[in-house]
Every structure is written in structure tokens, then in C-alpha cells.
Ligand binder design. Structure first.
Ligand SMILES: [Zn+2]
Length: 88
């Protein structure tokens, strides 16, 4: 499995939902950012693009970057963890 495959084919919304309560929007899902002190739903997930971005602290990326940041994993560890979880 390639990191590119992981990045596009694992479901970021599902991964983020394990850690955060996402508020349903129309095309963008929002939550309080887990990476800085936030109380204004600065953290956005785009299910269509499978990416996240925080407009407060600027953190952004895909499934690999989210797992690296939220679980304090290295790039390789995040790729392995996602591959195991999604069976890809
Ligand atoms: Zn943030």
C-alpha cells in the first residue's frame, strides 16, 4: 500500500470522529480544534477532499497528518496504523 493510497482512500471523517465531535455542516464538517485552545469551531473537515484545516492555528493535511498529530506518531507509524485499521 502506498502513502498516497492511504491519504486518499481512508475515511478522514471517520478517523476524526473517533477523537472529535464533528458538527454537521453542508459540505464542511466543523469541530473545536484539538491542536490549539479553540472554542469557535475553527477546525474543518472536507469529506469530499479528505482533508482537514484549522483556521485558528493553520494545521492542515489528510488522514496521515491527522493521525500523526493527534496520536503523536511518526509518518511511518501513522501510515502503518491507518493501513491496519482500513485493511488497505
Ligand atoms: Zn487549531
Amino acid at each position: 500500500m502506498s502513502p498516497e493510497f492511504i491519504q486518499t482512500q481512508t475515511d478522514l471523517t471517520r478517523i476524526v470522529s473517533k477523537h472529535l465531535k464533528l458538527e454537521t455542516g453542508r459540505r464542511i464538517l466543523k469541530a473545536n480544534c484539538p491542536f490549539h485552545a479553540d472554542s469557535s469551531d475553527s477546525f474543518m473537515v472536507s469529506p469530499a477532499k479528505n482533508i482537514f484545516k484549522c483556521f485558528g492555528c493553520g494545521k492542515e493535511g489528510g488522514p496521515i497528518e491527522f493521525v500523526m498529530a493527534i496520536e503523536s506518531k511518526s509518518y511511518d507509524e501513522a501510515v502503518k496504523s491507518l493501513a491496519l485499521e482500513f485493511g488497505v
